[in-house]
Design a protein around this ligand. Structure first.
Ligand SMILES: NC(=O)c1ccc[n+]([C@@H]2O[C@H](COP(=O)([O-])OP(=O)(O)OC[C@H]3O[C@@H](n4cnc5c(N)ncnc54)[C@H](O)[C@@H]3O)[C@@H](O)[C@H]2O)c1
Length: 358
């Protein structure tokens, strides 16, 4: 086992700093690596796909304190009030005190709800993320956003609660279905496009290999984490630069809201969203044609998924108009002036400018 790549995230003005570790075999070291927290008890939260593969080994590490687990059904619908209640019930049954530790073992769904449970139990106990999807390793495990969904919309109930450690074991990605891997690569590419021309150039060399699992991902994950950590350090609560992380996401959310549930993974919708935002960036004169074409070429490397037969047009436009970034007739959209140079543009009459992805 080689030493992990290590980043540190310290939030300015706050007495909280945490490490993000990326490497192969890190789950085997979870017990050792969390001992600095001196937990008085531990609750693992995982899902029904991940737990059967990884949980037993983790529970059998030499914990000297009470160590339990809660396994939620896999899937986005698990980010619910009822599952949040289950987490709180179990923490109470364990009589976990404020030195107790919640460990989220899974993708972004588990990370979001586990961290929300930890953030409100006894007004906040530590959470460690052990992300097992690429999306969670490059994005959702970092930055402290927690959430469950509400029938009226995604991620509407949540808090900011920074983890105490993020431990990303790249071996876990070997069991990830290829579609999920591609969805995570989409978020990695997004990070590159908004912040790092060199990472974008590296992806031009290796994206195809990464998508078939034939590439060393740890350095790329570390780069994406560095980008996210830098943004979170500057703007923890998304009042400024953190909004750039939404590149491609406004159109992606509208697409997700207007296609039947389960047809598109979030990352797949983001690929369509980044394509639309790139084309628009060029159309309104921000982005050179050659750069537009380079970005579209990268996006074309992803397995193609036509959505035209599923999109409900009226729902798409309703979602755009309900978006929290739409106000007074203008939509605030993250666009690009160049690779690594995002900007928020006010788009009036979105229907004139935005084409529904096909
Ligand atoms: N908090 C944030 O800042 C933030 C950022 C981006 C996304 N998110 C949230 O993240 C969620 C999406 O995360 P996701 O894409 O990881 O989805 P997910 O957690 O649903 O995981 C995707 C699927 O992969 C399975 N899986 C996970 N790890 C596996 C492994 N190693 N082997 C086999 N199967 C595995 C899961 O069971 C699930 O079926 C959304 O709810 C989104 O809102 C949060």
């Amino acid at each position: 086992m080689s030493s992990p790549l290590t980043l540190s995230l310290k939030l300015p003005g706050r007495n909280h700093e945490y490490e993000i570790l990326i490497g192969s075999g890190l789950l085997q070291e979870l017990f050792i690596r969390t001992q600095f927290l001196e937990p008085s008890s531990v609750l693992f939260i995982s899902d029904s796909n991940v737990a059967p593969i990884y949980l037993d080994d983790l529970l059998s590490q030499p914990w000297k304190v009470e160590c339990s687990s809660l396994v939620l059904p896999a899937g986005e619908h698990s980010k619910s009030w009822s599952n949040l209640q289950l987490i709180l019930d179990q923490l109470l049954e364990m009589k976990m005190d404020r030195r107790g530790l919640v460990i989220g073992l899974g993708g972004g769904v588990i990370g979001d709800i586990a961290a929300l449970g930890a953030s409100i139990y006894l007004r906040g106990i530590p959470v460690v993320h052990a992300p097992t999807t690429l999306l969670a390793q490059v994005d959702s495990a970092i930055g402290g956003k927690t959430a469950i969904n509400h029938p009226l919309g995604k991620n509407l109930i949540g808090t900011f609660h920074q983890p105490s450690l993020v431990l990303s074991d790249t071996n876990a990605l070997r069991t990830l279905p290829p579609r999920q891997l591609a969805a995570g690569m989409a978020e990695l590419l997004k990070a590159a496009l908004i912040a790092d021309a060199d990472l974008t150039a590296s992806l031009e060399q290796c994206l195809g290999d990464c998508l078939v699992g034939d590439c060393e991902l740890a350095p790329l994950i570390a780069k994406a984490c560095e980008i996210k950590a830098k943004i979170v350090r500057e703007d923890e609560h998304e009042s400024g630069v953190r909004k750039f992380l939404n590149f491609g996401h406004t159109l992606a959310h509208a697409l997700e809201a207007s296609t039947p549930t389960g047809k598109l993974l979030h990352g797949e919708a983001v690929i369509h969203g980044m394509r639309g935002a790139t084309v628009l960036s060029h159309r309104i004169g921000l982005l050179d044609l050659s750069v537009r074409n380079r970005i579209l070429c990268l996006l074309d490397a992803f397995p193609s998924q036509s959505v035209s037969q599923w999109v409900h047009e009226e729902r798409f436009w309703n979602a755009i108009h309900r978006d929290k970034k739409f106000a007074h007739g203008y939509l605030d959209l993250v666009l690009l002036r160049a690779i690594g140079s995002p900007v928020i543009e006010k788009i009036s009459h979105p229907r004139q400018w935005i084409t529904i992805p096909d």
